[in-house]
Design a protein around this ligand. Structure first.
Ligand code: SF4
Ligand code: NI
Ligand code: NI
Length: 706
């Protein structure tokens, strides 16, 4: 078979090429020269995942390359052998690529992004597990023309697919102004062997979220097959190396579709589809990617690919709020007769009366009736406005409540977007995302500057009632909620969410979990009656233990809610922040995904994530949601906030007044925050200790942590 022959020849070519480059690198830099990708805890992820061989220097690569050639390159043309040849090609590509990064080189120039780092992998953890990102497409080669290629990419973007682009398709997309980059979940990795960055991304998902130990080849592959819904679209003429790489993809469970004629197709695995309108769908279909389709009658594309899009002031047609005009957003539960389903009313000027570059007030009042709706869910639903509007291409929404700040881009205006269309998007999304709790929705949009001053009073009163209710919610409630969402990636990980401790991803509060259980009673959030209290101080309850044990596949026997030191809660991969013990300072530090730099425990966020992710319980280390830090229950058994000796500036600023309030609440005084060291003070324990002593940080006088 032609394809199998290609896989064999391609594997020979790729490994020979790797050998030449490797020999050259050894000659120039010496065998002891360190080799690693930037910002990852997984060294060379393909090798880490498949064989577990430790690679530190370029000299380590030679025996690995020799081994894979001996074991995998097979001339006899069978499907089995073609996949082994594919695997060898993945090794070769990984080696070739890793060599580009030696001596801290930054080889990737615009528009290529090259290696996709761990922080980006983790950032997409939640959307991957909750299937906001339903699948992954790797598009390789050169499309027949830029227009139809761009259309294909945009179509996949609008479905929320994560995309890796390799070769000329990148330039074709740029030519047609397709939005690419990590904000759009579309990675222009580069040319030729740079396709490996899609592969090593997928393998890291298994290592990070699946908790699969390095070198467990069968499990690593099984994970890809079962949990990573990826496929390859090969455009334009193929060559043997690409063919071999495609069999490498097949080895991982990912099929290929191509616009080229294929003499002998492999049904479900290697198929031809010359029609660009159909090729994307075919890929999704044979990989079994399921997409929820919501048709929204607006003139712009709606999809998670546009969530991260920013619209600068100069690109905005009109802007609302952000301190320059009054704005608010409000979701209200109303009675059955107070709402006319599907009604959208605009009070005030439409976009035609808004000149370019103008500022107007904006208010959204979303009235919801549902038999199963509860007032407690209003806030949960209100926060969805942010995502739903940001999904619109050319729409930008930040902050919330009466701080809301919105821009409509010139591109959206040119496409014919109207103020009224905000209502179309909100209604369609609310109804499709929450069918179980929403029966009727109506949206009132206010752009009139007198009416808004009147209506905002209703909103402000409502926010105050809600906040008062939230303050009353404590961990004393009888029922906590599980979250098993991340099990699709981290099979043994169980989050239990309580009113005073949100999920470590920061995206699931107790109220969110409660609402989600109402929406989908058999879904990932289950109510658990706490039952008998086994340790009030550390926060351990019998029924929670039982639930966690059963749902972690009998791996986690007990969890303490309020300590880092003994049976801490497990971490999957999507924590917002990580806490680690600092023995010398008798306290703890916290670092965040946003802070990429060094920390006093000697590890960066990525490296820490590698030690405590994947559903493991690691005393002294724990993933957490940012908002847990200001909770009264924050590691209460370890001494609470008083233990916190280091955090990045960025996190201090993010928590702001809430952190000060929490410190005052715990009797530490308003100036406590100034006693917490940050990266400007130092990034080692030795550097920060004198500062803590000088400031008389309370951690220094607490009982020893260990
Ligand atoms: Fe994942 Fe836990 Fe967040 Fe649920 S609460 S999405 S399990 S991190
Ligand atoms: Ni997770
Ligand atoms: Ni998680």
């Amino acid at each position: 078979m032609e394809l199998f022959k290609g896989a064999y020849e391609g594997a020979v070519t790729a490994t020979s090429y790797a050998e030449i480059l490797l020999a050259k690198a050894i000659k120039v830099h010496g065998a002891d020269c360190p080799v690693k990708y930037p910002d990852t805890a997984y060294r060379l992820p393909v090798i880490t995942a498949l064989s577990g061989e430790e690679v530190n220097t370029i000299g380590d690569l030679a025996p690995i390359l020799n081994r894979i050639r001996t074991t995998n390159i097979r001339e006899e043309l069978t499907l089995e052998n073609a996949k082994l040849n594919g695997e060898a090609t993945l090794y070769a590509a990984e080696i070739i690529e890793a060599l580009r990064y030696i001596n801290g080189a930054k080889p990737d120039v615009y528009p290529y992004c090259g290696f996709v780092t761990d922080p980006i992998l983790r950032k997409f953890g939640v959307p991957l597990v909750d299937q906001t990102i339903p699948g992954v497409a790797v598009i390789v080669g050169k499309g027949k023309d830029s227009k139809s290629t761009a259309k294909l990419v945009k179509e996949l973007q609008s479905k929320g697919i994560m995309i890796f682009l390799v070769n000329e398709v990148i330039e074709q997309c740029i030519e047609e102004n397709v939005k690419i980059g990590s904000e759009f979940i579309t990675f222009p990795v580069g040319n030729f062997t740079q396709v490996i960055h899609a592969v090593n991304f997928a393998f890291r998902a298994g290592l990070a979220f699946g908790g699969i130990p390095a070198g467990q080849r069968e499990r690593a592959i099984e994970y890809q097959l079962k949990r990573v819904f990826a496929f390859v679209i090969q455009l334009g003429p193929n060559d043997v190396v690409k063919t071999a790489a495609e069999f490498g993809a097949m080895f991982m469970g990912f099929p290929t579709v191509t616009d080229q004629p294929v003499a002998e197709e492999i049904p479900e695995w290697y198929q031809s589809e010359p029609d660009y309108e159909k090729i994307g769908k075919l890929g999704l279909e044979i990989r079994g990617v399921k997409i929820k389709i919501v048709d929204i009658p607006v003139p712009i594309t709606i999809g998670p690919a546009f969530e991260g899009e920013t619209i600068r002031k100069k690109d905005a047609w009109v802007e609302f709020g952000g301190g320059r005009s009054t704005s608010f957003e409000l979701v209200r539960m109303v009675g059955v007769d107070e709402v006319e389903d599907g009604k959208i009313e605009v009070i005030g000027p439409e976009i035609d009366e808004m000149p370019e570059g103008s500022v107007f007030p904006l208010g959204f009042m979303i009235d919801i009736y549902g038999r199963k709706m509860q007032e407690d869910f209003e806030g949960v639903l209100e926060r969805r406005i942010h995502y739903n509007l940001n999904y619109g291409e050319g729409l930008w929404h930040v902050a919330q409540r009466n701080m809301m700040w919105v821009r409509i881009g010139k591109n959206a205006h040119a496409a014919g977007f109207k103020i009224r269309d905000f209502g179309e998007i909100l209604i369609a999304k609310f109804k499709s995302d929450f069918p179980a709790i929403i029966d009727r929705v109506q949206v009132t949009i206010i752009t009139d500057k007198d009416v808004i001053e009147d209506k905002i009073k209703i909103a402000i009163e409502k926010y105050a009632t809600r906040d008062a209710r939230l303050k009353d919610l404590t961990d004393d409630v009888e029922t906590y909620y599980s979250c098993l969402l991340c099990q699709s990636f981290a099979p043994n990980h169980v989050c239990v969410v309580s009113p005073e401790r949100l999920g470590l991803c920061g995206a699931v509060s107790w109220l969110d979990a409660k609402a989600s259980n109402e929406i989908n009673p058999l879904g990932p959030n289950q109510p658990i009656e706490k039952g008998e209290c086994l340790d009030a101080e550390k926060g351990q309850w019998k029924n929670l233990n039982d639930f966690i044990y059963a749902n972690s596949h009998n791996t986690v026997e007990a969890v303490n809610f309020y300590t880092l030191m003994e049976y801490p809660m497990t971490s999957c991969g999507c924590f917002e922040a990580i806490m680690a013990i600092l023995p010398m300072c008798n306290g703890v530090m916290i670092t965040t995904r946003e802070h990429g730099g060094d920390t006093p425990c000697g590890m960066t966020f990525s490296a820490l994530a590698g030690t405590c992710g994947g559903g493991m319980q690691t005393p002294g280390f724990m993933g957490l949601g940012r908002r847990y830090i200001t909770s009264k229950k924050f590691i209460k058994a370890d001494g609470g906030l008083a233990r916190l000796v280091w955090m990045p500036k960025e996190l201090k600023e993010f928590l702001g007044q809430d952190l000060i309030d929490a410190a005052v609440d715990q009797g530490l005084g308003a100036d406590f925050v100034d006693k917490i060291a940050d990266e400007t003070v130092g990034t080692t324990e030795d550097e920060i200790l004198p500062f803590l002593e000088e400031k008389q940080h309370p951690a220094l006088t607490l009982d020893p942590m260990m």
